[in-house]
Design a protein around this ligand. Structure first.
Ligand code: MCA
Ligand code: AMP
Length: 512
């Protein structure tokens, strides 16, 4: 392959060589590389005609579908930066992300349009609606255009491929204080990481991935979709993960060679396969990531499916960091070692000095896959890096003498539920704004399906009465539904230390 500088360039190269080659299957639709390229080019031209300037932000607030990929790579070809938005986000997250990133155009669904029109977003001047027909805006604040009509504006005019160092994506990630921060990733980060991942997992153009992860996060997009399009392979994209659907697809299509999921998906597959049996043909590789995979699930899957899960570790800021080997031992409870061309180490949390094998500290990573910094947050960026370029992941762990890393916890407060990250402070902020709540502490407790579940310990204001349903509804209106507490506990006080800080570990111990 000639040297390429972006994922979109790889797609164009495959299309030039083999336009008929299958790229994406989605519901009844089959997209080959030729068609995919033509649509990407048209979308990019339409963006330019609309007035998109190099470096302008385009948000994708859309469920899995081929239009997502077209808008994603079309934005890159037009020189824009993509802002990824989880479709579960509600007013608090949407207002923050779209305002912070200064998004000018958003590709969304008709449901998304309704959510966005309720918000004050002065920079947002156009909504391109990927499903159904676009009805005119009731407020007249943003232009609403149907995807098909928008595409009609494209045509003519060759566009230059993006430069490797240009910014490609802002991925919002849970902040340690206040609101989430945008991690700015470049085309160079993508190419370096996808090259490392596809090499490590022996991913070639002959592979066929079954992908049911959402495209609006790193796992689905930058591992699943990038890997496919970079190698010229094929993907069957599903709108969302449904256990029975995945088993049925595996059963029906022996050409599928790869499947990626979060541990919750594997736990559900094991449960379902115990009832209805395992498909006769299985992919050559099942990868797990985004949340800790328990040794129990690792061995249950092996016993039932006769295949060893390959666990790897990543982050929005760095894409993929560590992986168990494709050939060698895939060790239960471990995330393996660095991908080719990347570095990792464990340092003492206080002194920041590297620690010997077996000692627990903070994991740091370095390499061409690591993002350049947080969008408009120079102080947060400076804090996240050591002077010599090591990125502080905020994850705690240790490395064995033979180079296998184990993640043991997190230096920052974070709940991971079903592979989604939830920052307790964000949920606490919303709950504290409730007039009948005096104090609140949000913690994560273990959950057999989701890994961890969100639990809120609430002290009501004097004389106020509250019920669970009311509190959950209050959260759901403001935040993504997966962030809502699944359990609410009323208390008279919260345990605090001498400095007045809530002792969450005591709460967790009492409630577990
Ligand atoms: C959905 N719900 C959840 C979650 N997902 N609640 C807690 N945690 C969750 N993860 C809630 C919904 O809000 C809804 O609530 C109800 O469950 C049913 O929604 P549904 O969509 O049917 O949920 P599901 O099918 O059960 O979804 C579970 C899931 C999904 C398939 C595991 O959460 C999922 O796709 N997770 C993958 C996330 C992912 O891609 N993470 C990668 C991030 P209600 O009915 O009350 O509204 S990237 C990353 O972490 C790094 C880079 C890495 O290393 O990969
Ligand atoms: P995100 O901020 O969504 O990019 O999530 C990244 C975080 O997910 C990491 O910092 C880890 O805490 C966690 N994570 C990802 N993969 C794994 C894994 N295999 N085991 C444990 N935690 C993981």
């Amino acid at each position: 392959m000639i040297e390429i500088h972006s994922i979109v360039e790889a797609v164009f190269q495959h299309a030039q060589r083999q336009p008929e080659r299958p790229a994406i299957s989605f519901a009844e639709q089959s997209w080959n590389y030729g068609k995919l390229c033509a649509e990407i080019e048209r979308f990019a031209q339409a963006l330019r005609v609309w007035g998109l300037l190099s470096g302008d932000r385009v948000a994708l607030f859309l469920e899995n579908c081929p239009a997502f990929v077209v808008a994603y790579l079309g934005t890159h070809l037009a020189g824009g930066i993509v802002v990824l938005v989880n479709t579960q986000y509600q007013q608090v997250e949407l207002s923050h992300i779209l305002t912070d990133a200064g998004v000018r155009l958003c590709v969304t669904s008709s449901v998304g349009v309704q959510a966005l029109l309720r918000l004050e977003l002065p920079d947002l001047t156009a909504l391109v609606v990927g499903d159904g027909t676009a009805s005119p805006s009731p407020t007249g604040s943003s232009e609403i255009i149907a995807f098909a009509d928008f595409m009609m504006r494209g045509g003519g005019g060759k566009l230059a491929m993006p430069k490797a160092e240009a910014s490609a994506v802002i991925g919002y990630t849970s902040g340690t204080t206040g609101r989430s921060k945008g991690a700015l990733l470049s085309h160079r980060n993508f190419v370096a990481n996808v090259e490392a991942v596809t090499t490590a997992w022996k991913w070639t153009e002959n592979d066929h991935l079954l992908l049911a992860l959402p495209l609006f996060h790193t796992h689905g997009l930058m591992v699943g979709m990038h890997g496919t399009l970079y190698t010229g392979a094929r993907v069957t994209l599903r709108p969302k993960f449904e256990t029975a659907d995945i088993l049925a697809r595996l059963h029906a299509d022996p050409s599928i060679t790869l499947f990626f999921g979060v541990p919750t998906m594997y736990a559900r597959l094991v449960k379902e396969a115990e009832k209805q049996g395992v498909p006769a043909h299985l992919p050559r590789l099942f990868v797990s990531g985004s949340a800790p995979l328990s040794s129990q699930l690792f061995s249950d899957f092996e016993r039932l499916f006769g295949q060893t899960l390959l666990e790897r570790y990543g982050m929005t800021e760095t894409i993929m960091n560590l992986t168990n080997p494709y050939d060698g031992e895939r060790r239960a409870g471990s995330v393996g070692g660095p991908f080719p061309g990347q570095e990792a180490r464990v340092v003492d949390v206080q002194t920041r000095q590297p620690l010997p094998a077996g000692k627990t500290g903070e994991i740091e990573v370095r390499g061409p896959h690591v993002f350049s910094g947080y969008w408009k947050r120079p102080e947060a960026t400076a804090e996240a890096f050591e002077p010599d370029g090591w990125f502080k992941t905020g994850d705690l762990g240790w490395c064995s003498a033979d180079g296998y890393y184990t993640i043991t916890g997190r230096a920052r407060e974070l709940i991971i539920s079903g592979g989604y990250n939830i920052y307790p402070r964000e949920v606490e902020d919303v709950l504290e704004s409730h007039p009948a709540i005096a104090e609140v502490a949000v913690i994560g407790l273990s959950d057999s399906d989701l890994g961890e579940q969100v639990v809120a310990v609430i002290v009501p204001r004097e004389g106020c009465t509250l019920n669970d349903g009311e509190i959950i509804a209050f959260c759901r209106e403001r935040l993504a539904s997966y962030k809502k507490p699944r359990r609410i506990i009323f208390a008279r006080t919260l345990p605090r230390n001498a400095l007045g800080k809530v002792q969450k570990h005591l709460l967790a111990q009492q409630l577990q």
